[in-house]
Write a protein that binds this ligand. Sequence first.
Ligand code: 5GP
Length: 261
Amino acid sequence: MNKGKKLYEGKAKIIYSTNDKYLVVQHFKDDATAFNNLKKTKVEGKGVLNNRISECILTNLEQCGIKTHFVKRLNMREQLIKRVDIIPIEFIVRNIASGSLTKRLGISDGTVLEKPLLEYCLKNDELQDPLISKEHIFNFDWATKSEIEEIDKITLRINDILVGLFRGIGIKLVDFKIEYGKAWNKNENEILLADEISPDTCRLWDIKTEKKLDKDRFRKDLGNIIEGYQEVARRLGIMPEISNIKEINFNKSSSIKFKKK
Ligand code: 5GP
């Protein structure tokens, strides 16, 4: 598989072409951004961890029958994925109120929701990914009714699987954002789960202490960002292979210290 030219560069990832028109390379960067790019930094080792964590989660989902873009991991920072046309909607699932939901509706942070709450946001950085309704989606042709019906079902199934997967390793899945794409290979004629699922795109709280193990460590200046991601990787059982990253000290994984809030 030959890596070709850069097709797209986002805030946390770069997509490269390959010599197969149906496949592309997804490269995970160390860049961390928040608040519509107003806050930026490099978190050394984040790209490596997200590559491995996302691989692990998407592989688990595939095993449960969810169709994803993931083909295989190529190296520490890159994975081979199916080329898709991304549907321009961020699908957000919330199990516990946090983040923008608490600000928008005045719901207390940490309120357990009676059932998972599905939200849709337009993928548009300039507009700061505004919340939209299904009526907006259909009116502006961002997706069809049958596509959204199918995606809603898959999204809730993904939530069920991930809540269980994380509960098994002592983590509460508070909320997450996912994206879908339409496969370029029209023979597949499929909607695939795309992008990534990682601590960049989820809120993950330790079950006992409610310590944040996700990008909120960066957003809220809680410190020890990489240690949060590292802890998620360690609990998922994927730490040994990334022991050559200098910022990650495995011997210290049992003594991770979090700055007090
Ligand atoms: P909120 O709407 O509360 O800011 O985010 C809800 C969930 O979706 C959080 O887990 C958050 O990390 C994720 N999320 C929402 N929008 C984005 C985005 O543009 N980029 C990333 N990486 N995650 C997002």
